[in-house]
Design a protein around this ligand. Structure first.
Ligand code: ATP
Ligand code: MG
Length: 750
């Protein structure tokens, strides 16, 4: 072993070093949070290059955070220079897309297929639901989307779904699934789930293709393996192969951090790794290098309450106990946010932390608002990760739809989206006529637009609008053959009159929209520059560089994820507090962490409370959140929150009561014990009262007579909310009827 690889391994403890050096058989590294799993992967790659003579092009590493990907690249770059570009470090989706683009012709596809994101897919389903004459309230496109996604993650095709359907509901789903698949095919589009599933299918159907990738990628590594679903599992199996020719597989993960069950992730993959790969070696890591012992104790005590867990792990840290966790219960969400802001300011003033080292986590995106308001007022620099993102804004999506049409003229969802945007006289009636023509001729909607003359019911005004639309697309398509994306965008923005419309508008919001379009042009220009500098997509000796064309730009945009906007603490943007959901926090670490909204119903999420498996998933999410902190951990809640303008009362999150009380210092006199709320504002005169079990909450109807322990007899006049948030307005005959929370109020039905 040379000096460089010696030095490399010096930063690892014994089991970590073993993992980095292990050769020959599949390797599983299971370990709790912060034990250096991701670090081992990085070192392992470096070791492969420096000590085992592996070429970067033989490595495929699947990661989830940009930070990890950047670290891997940096290390490899330092070792081998520009040759590092031949290594694939990417998410599942981008790796699969690269494979699909090259091999799609084998499936009879055009290589310029379009990617439908969640919103596009939902639009397509909305159309199908409408055409089937279904009531979209009872059969929401969102629901179909989730069901179809579940099938795809399990690699169940529409025919199989139809065969297995044994009741009206599953037959309906199978039917919609089949229509959806057909529409995607007509539009030459794939959705996110298809990207993975189809790649696996391709490798299985064409063994010679699978073989060529196995020859190429001799080393496959997967971070966060606990969050893989069945389709991803199959994909990895295909890529790695079996027998003497199999590639070396190394996966790392932690069953306690599996938080994507709603996307079909299953801890089965990690728990049964040794069964899937019988000669596998397993290495456990037990030392945590990230957090203080106090933080680890809190996390370990929470996760202990789950029954479904992987291998038993004992995490320890020699960082020392560190400060106690601080807890705070606000009077409401604004008070909670103000306390957080005070605390951030204080820590920064005392130089205990910098803004860039602080993260605020919450369960759902909507919770960011209260924090943003107070941060703006206080001048605390911050960045929200996720939420309504740039690429989800209407004007941006409209222009992207135009761009997509220049690459794939059959893209139905895009054509329907913008055929009359800006308005050019193509109303619903004309659209319906064109749809009918498309169905008759078995062509895509977009293709039918070019044959509008054959649709007799289209008015001459609409015909004019359609002609204009087709001319715009045709001209831009022609330009796109040779010009970079920003030029095509510029032309589209001008030709469609989109910008002009916004500039002439009196709606103040349209100014921001103009800026967004300018930003989009800037982003595409930046993309072109990156391609020219060779920074986009690792290019191999045998692969052409990514092109500075519209198709590559669209692909780049489609794969931008929330994680891409997490500021790097060392960058210019790094001087900002980061606000994000717990799901986005996976794999990251911060000196100072605030877990906010620790209220039962918010976190754990209301939806999960009656289902044990879902509650366990929420608990894993809590474990992920707690273990992101290096030094200063804070747990905050607001006993009362404004929901749709009404105060709602919440009990403390049950996860708080799972943390030994000695570890937390509450900034109030007493810690809020779980399931018991102090009810300064509830109608029980400040007496602590016990929360009822959901099963014991009386089920009431308007008009029911009740008795209340304090206020006596009354009659229900109004109801709202459901489950743990159910409330009733009760007339006690003494003035204004009062709202009570059924879970809390001592009310019984007569
Ligand atoms: N042997 C070591 N010596 C010093 N620092 C280490 C060592 N191993 C890991 N670390 C540091 O500990 C922190 C956590 O490591 P890493 O992020 O790799 O853990 P992880 O197991 O991937 O965590 P998670 O489960 O949250 O993804 C990082 O800052 C890393 O640099
Ligand atoms: Mg990690």
């Amino acid at each position: 072993m040379n000096d460089a690889s010696q030095a490399l391994l010096a930063g690892l403890n014994e089991p970590q070093r073993q993992a980095a050096e292990h050769a020959g058989s599949p390797l599983l590294i299971v370990a709790g949070a912060g034990s250096g799993k991701t670090r081992v992967l990085t070192h392992r790659i470096a070791h492969l290059l420096s000590a085992r003579g592996v070429h970067p092009g033989e490595i495929l590493a699947i990661t989830f955070t940009n930070k990890a990907a950047a670290e891997m690249r940096e290390r490899v770059d330092a070792l081998v220079g520009p040759r590092s570009r031949a290594m694939w470090v990417s998410t599942f989706h981008s790796a699969c897309l690269r494979i699909l683009r090259r091999e799609a012709h084998r499936l009879g596809w055009k290589s310029n297929f379009t990617i439908y994101d969640t919103d596009d897919a939902r639009r397509l389903l909305t159309q199908i639901v409408k055409e089937l004459g279904l009531d979209s309230k009872k059969n929401s496109p969102r629901w179909f989307a989730a069901e179809i996604s579940r099938f795809k993650n399990e690699l169940i095709g529409p025919e199989q779904a139809a065969d297995a359907a044994d009741d009206a509901k599953s037959r309906l789903i199978a039917d919609v699934y089949s229509q959806y698949t057909e529409r995607l095919r007509l539009a030459a589009a794939v959705d996110f789930d298809d990207i993975i599933g189809t790649t696996g299918h391709l490798l299985r159907t064409f063994p010679e293709v699978a073989e060529s990738y196995r020859l190429r990628f001799r080393h496959v590594m997967v971070d966060e393996y606990q969050d893989t679903n069945h389709a991803q599992y199959v994909l990895i199996r295909e890529l790695v192969g079996t027998g003497d020719n199999a590639a070396e597989l190394c996966v790392v993960g932690d069953a306690d951090q599996s938080i994507y069950a709603f996307r079909g992730a299953t801890i089965r993959n990690i728990v049964e790794f040794e069964r899937d790969y019988p000669d596998a070696k397993t290495i456990l890591l037990e030392q945590n290098y990230r957090s203080t012992q106090t933080i680890l104790d809190a996390a370990n005590n929470v996760i202990r309450n789950n029954s479904e867990r992987g291998r038993e792990k004992k995490l320890w840290s020699d960082v020392g106990d560190g400060p106690r966790i601080l807890g705070h219960t606000g009077d409401n969400e604004h008070d909670e946010a103000a306390w957080v802001a005070n605390r951030v300011d204080a820590l920064v003033d005392e130089s205990q932390t910098s803004f860039g080292d602080v993260a605020i986590f919450y369960r759902t995106n909507a919770q960011s608002r209260a924090f943003e308001e107070v941060f703006v007022r206080r001048g605390i620099p911050y960045k929200v990760v996720g939420g309504v993102r740039f690429y989800e804004r209407k004007e941006v999506r409209d222009m992207l739809a135009y761009l997509k049409l220049t690459v794939n003229g059959d893209d139905t969802v895009s054509a329907m989206r913008v055929v009359n945007v800006p308005k050019r006289g193509v109303g619903d009636r004309a659209v319906a006529e064109i749809e009918a023509l498309a169905a008759r001729e078995r062509i895509s909607f977009a293709a039918a637009l070019h044959r509008a003359d054959e649709a007799p019911g289209v008015s001459s005004r609409a015909r004019g609008g359609i002609k204009q639309f087709c001319e715009i697309i045709d001209a831009a398509t022609e330009l796109a053959l040779t010009a970079p994306p920003e030029e095509v965008l510029d032309k589209l923005i001008a030709d469609t009159g989109y910008l002009e419309g916004l500039e002439q508008s009196t709606d103040p919001r349209d100014e921001g929209r103009v800026e967004n379009l300018q930003e989009l042009v800037a982003v595409s220009h930046e993309f072109t520059e990156q391609v020219v500098r060779g920074e986009v997509d690792a290019a191999d000796d045998d692969e052409p560089d990514a092109a500075a064309d519209v198709a590559s730009f669209l692909e780049h945009v489609a794969l931008v994820s929330d994680a891409d906007s997490i500021p790097d603490p060392e960058s210019e943007e790094g001087g900002q507090v980061t606000l994000m959901t717990l799901h986005t926090a996976k794999g990251l670490e911060f000196d100072t962490v605030f877990l906010t909204g620790m209220d039962d119903g918010l976190f754990p999420h209301e939806r999960s409370m009656s289902k044990p498996t879902e509650l366990e998933e929420e608990r894993r999410l809590a474990y992920v959140g707690l273990t992101r902190a290096r030094k200063h951990l804070h747990l905050t809640r607001a006993g009362t929150r404004n929901i749709f303008g009404q105060p709602e009362f919440y009990a403390a999150s049950r996860f708080l009561s799972e943390i030994p009380s000695g570890l937390i210092e509450w900034s109030e006199s007493a810690p809020p014990p779980s399931r018991v709320v102090k009810t300064g504002k509830t109608p029980s005169f400040g007496q602590p009262i016990t929360m009822r079990n959901p099963a014991d909450v009386p089920s009431l109807e308007v008009g029911d007579r009740i008795t209340h322990d304090k206020w006596g007899l009354g009659r229900v006049v109004e109801l709202k909310g459901s489950g743990p948030r159910a409330q009733a307005r009760i007339d006690f005959g003494d003035g204004e009827p009062k709202w009570v929370i059924l879970r809390l109020a001592p009310v019984s039905k007569l």
